[in-house]
Design a protein around this ligand. Structure first.
Ligand SMILES: *[C@@H]1O[C@H](CO)[C@@H](O)[C@H](O)[C@H]1NC(C)=O
Ligand SMILES: *[C@@H]1O[C@H](CO)[C@@H](O)[C@H](O)[C@H]1NC(C)=O
Ligand SMILES: *[C@@H]1O[C@H](CO)[C@@H](O)[C@H](O)[C@H]1NC(C)=O
Ligand SMILES: *[C@@H]1O[C@H](CO)[C@@H](O)[C@H](O)[C@H]1NC(C)=O
Length: 492
């Protein structure tokens, strides 16, 4: 038996080369004013929950929020610290790097520049002290604004190679070439492509406009210095840069990871938000279609949920995929989730993604026992019974969502909120894993990254589903129960 395993390992090494790992963390939303006793004035968490909380007339027992966080709040330091410690203890060997895809700070619009800077510095220090021999590659989220690129660059300069620092300081995007390996990591600044009119309510437009104003000012300064021109079809020339990086990668026969905060497409939960400007969403898809052969993965955050997207050629053939990792913060205006951490397994010479392990924290349990016990939620191949990760296998997975004799959607739906307790999920969810409309919403968002096709997907499937007979409904319930039992059995 041992020899057999050994031979299998040996073979896989010979065929695939070296196996490595990287963490993907996202949407920490650190709230420095979080207080488990609710005495921290100014924390977004308590302000949004009750407008008269600041008057101090609320009994303290009604404000007990929990040491590790609360579903209506952003992350306290204790949660973040426990997450980073878990990253260190779960996998110490073979970590090549860490992707950190933005929204490091809470939504608190009132946070002063000093507090933002201090918070970001503390997060950076925590990661630097934990990952002493690896690089962390951060991407900017829309809540990381209010600091200019050069201030942020100073904080992160020990992680970024000098060519990367140059573009980051100017425009917030950069590329990292893994010397001696055959893959590159492209970190986009998706803030430059956002559509502020179509984004959902969680975003503080006030803050963003301040930032825009600031950036324009910044840009004008540089314009007068003759180094760049304002171009609304290509803000900060990110498209031109992105395409030139992809062209070079193809010439050198390298593969790439595309990494950013806000993904193209629409929210798979019911807000229906489509955060990128239509022209930028379209252009992103065009570029992915053009370079799908060298894109080994696309990694984003932003939605706080665990989900993915499939991208098709003009002829409808699956050609690429996007993975969104769930957030560290449990808070989300359109429905919370448990905190998550994701560990990818990949082939280090080519960047080929082999699998991932999703870790999570059962928040109510952590608060009740006073200890944060991060555990495996699932691993991708096992959970969905996939043989490999590629555009075809993920397309087939999405297709299984629509099949009544398959439990794929039941599993996906539980993972989407990171195994949120049922009673909390029921408040926010779209009707549960056996609701046809709920399935459709997710299925269309996953397979239609172009917002127009998303809308027509929803309407074209809506009619047949609305005629759901009650027997079909029963079938869903039976499947749900069977699925849950299977999940329980396999998770032991
Ligand atoms: C969040 O806070 C509320 C109000 O104190 C409490 O009832 C709830 O149990 C908390 N939830 C978690 C996950 O700690
Ligand atoms: C940052 O860390 C320092 C040193 O531990 C601490 O004094 C300070 O309160 C922290 N600030 C924030 C915003 O986390
Ligand atoms: C960025 O902010 C710092 C501190 O406020 C300031 O000294 C610097 O000039 C700013 N840089 C640019 C390019 O605006
Ligand atoms: C704006 O950017 C686009 C795409 O990179 C380019 O084709 C166009 O010429 C640019 N326009 C100006 C005025 O620089």
């Amino acid at each position: 038996m041992m020899i057999h395993i050994y031979l299998m390992l040996l073979c896989s090494f010979m065929v695939q080369g070296k196996i490595g790992y990287f963490w993907h963390i996202t949407d920490i939303h650190y709230d420095p004013k979080y207080s488990s006793s609710g005495t921290g004035g100014g924390s977004t968490c308590w302000n949004t929950r009750s407008s008269n909380i600041d008057t101090g007339h609320i009994r303290p027992d009604r404000r007990v929020a929990g040491v590790f966080g609360n579903y209506s709040c952003d992350s306290p330091w204790a949660l973040i610290e426990s997450a980073v410690q878990a990253m260190k203890s779960k996998q110490d060997e073979g970590i090549e790097f860490v992707l950190w895809t933005g929204d490091a700070l809470t939504h608190a619009a009132e946070m002063s520049e000093e507090l933002r800077l201090q918070s970001l510095k503390n997060l950076t220090d925590l990661l630097s002290h934990t990952f002493t021999s690896q690089f962390v590659f951060p991407a900017l989220g829309h809540e990381d604004v209010g600091l200019n690129f050069s201030q942020t660059a100073i904080l992160w300069k020990h992680w970024l190679p000098s060519e990367a620092l140059q573009t980051f300081e100017k425009s917030g995007y950069y590329m990292v070439e893994q010397k001696s390996k055959k893959y590159r990591i492209i970190l986009l600044n998706t803030n430059l492509w956002l559509d502020m009119d179509n984004i959902d309510s969680r975003f503080h437009t006030h803050q963003y406009h301040q930032h825009q104003h600031h950036q324009q000012h910044h840009q004008q300064q540089r314009t007068s210095a003759g180094s760049t021109t304002k171009n609304s079809s290509d803000p900060h020339n990110q498209w031109r840069w992105f395409e030139s990086v992809l062209r070079t990668a193809r010439e050198k026969k390298d593969t790439v990871y595309v990494v950013g905060h806000t993904p193209p497409g629409v929210d798979e939960r019911d807000s229906g938000a489509r955060p990128l400007k239509e022209q930028h969403n379209r252009r992103y898809l065009q570029i992915v279609r053009q370079y799908a052969d060298i894109i080994a993965g696309q990694f984003f955050g932003h939605w706080h949920s665990d989900t993915f997207r499939t991208i098709y050629s003009d002829l409808g053939v699956p050609i690429s995929w996007i993975m969104m990792a769930p957030s560290i913060t449990p808070g989300r205006p359109n429905g919370p989730n448990n905190p998550g951490l994701r560990l990818y397994k990949f082939e280090t010479s080519t960047g080929q993604i082999l699998d991932y392990i999703q870790y999570y924290l059962d928040l109510p349990k952590a608060n009740s026992i006073g200890r944060a016990n991060w555990v495996v939620e699932y691993s991708l191949l096992d959970y969905y019974e996939l043989k490999e990760i590629n555009a075809h296998s993920l397309h087939d997975l999405a297709d299984r969502f629509t099949k009544t004799n398959d439990n794929a959607f039941v599993r996906y739906y539980a993972a989407n909120t990171v195994s949120l307790p049922r009673d909390v999920e029921e408040i926010w969810g779209c009707g549960g894993a056996f609701s046809g409309t709920c399935m459709l919403q997710h299925y269309c968002a996953v397979t239609r990254v172009n917002p127009e096709s998303y809308s027509s997907c929803l309407s074209s499937f809506a009619y047949p589903l609305s005629t759901d007979s009650s027997s079909k409904h029963h079938l869903y319930i039976i499947l749900y129960i069977l699925g849950s039992m299977a999940c329980l059995l396999t998770s032991r």
